[in-house]
Design a protein around this ligand. Sequence first.
Ligand code: SF4
Length: 334
Amino acid sequence: MPAPSRTAPRWRSPARPIRVGVSSCLLGREVRYDGGHKRNAFVEGELGRFVEWVPVCPEVEVGMGVPRPPIRILQPEATDGEHAQRLCEVEGGRDHTAVMRHFAVRRTRELARERICGFVLKQDSPTCGMERVEVWRSDGASDRSGRGFFARALIEASPLLPVEEEQRLDDPVLRENFVECIFAYHRLQTLLADRLGRGDLAAFHTAHEMQLLAHSRRHGHELGRLVAEARGRSNAALGAAYSEGFMQTLRHPATPRGHGHVLRHMFGRFRTRLDDASRRELRDAIEAYCAGRVPLLAPVTLIGQHVRRLGVDELAGQVYLDPHPTELMLRNRV
Ligand code: SF4
């Protein structure tokens, strides 16, 4: 992103650090039932340089102590669905459902007030797991259809919040998408915290146009129509509808095809202003990326350099050119 000018909107350079929730054990805190931890190197190390973690251990915060008896999700006999499930100790069956539900509602409200911009959850946990958590039935059978009690409350309370599990972040596509969503949500929150005018929203959308199209052309175009046809809507209704569409679009991981479309589109905006050698170099870099021979960083860096050198104003402010810290090297893989 270009350096903000004096008149640049606040979302261009939002307050740092970005606050992100995390299951405490992923930071190496010894809060697990057995007194251990599940430190995750990417979370605690690499990503931790760019965000301020807001650690939460629901089981410790409700007073279950360390060490403590392990718990699991039970589906009582003759019941169906998540809302009938119970959170009980494996041995003896002591039931923690009510206290955990009450805690989760209160804590997720606090987190919303703290304006967190994402949450990294510990997978498989009956409390923190986001999906595929083991659910036990009274006949002793189990399946992986569950979601942790705290995770469910968090996602229901903040449906637009970027949420991921630590092991899914080992997948480079999901990792880049999650980080991109955190930074995008932070910009969106900053925009909405100011008095939102239609012109502000239109400028925000214009700056994110290429980024949105890389994730989903259809959703990106729908959002563009929402902004263009905003007349008659209240600012609050428009902001809510835009926020939902914006985050849902970014939730679709950008594909090489989507990036290829955006790169060629940007190239087309200034190709006639390049000399032959530069034009060939950039075209080759885009095609090499699309063929999987060079990382996305190669054509994006070239485009950024040409845009700045030539003063291509309509592209200079595109968030797509710099959506997250380059030090995380999320665009360096082939
Ligand atoms: S998974 Fe959640 S509840 Fe379990 S130790 Fe980690 S933070 Fe605490």
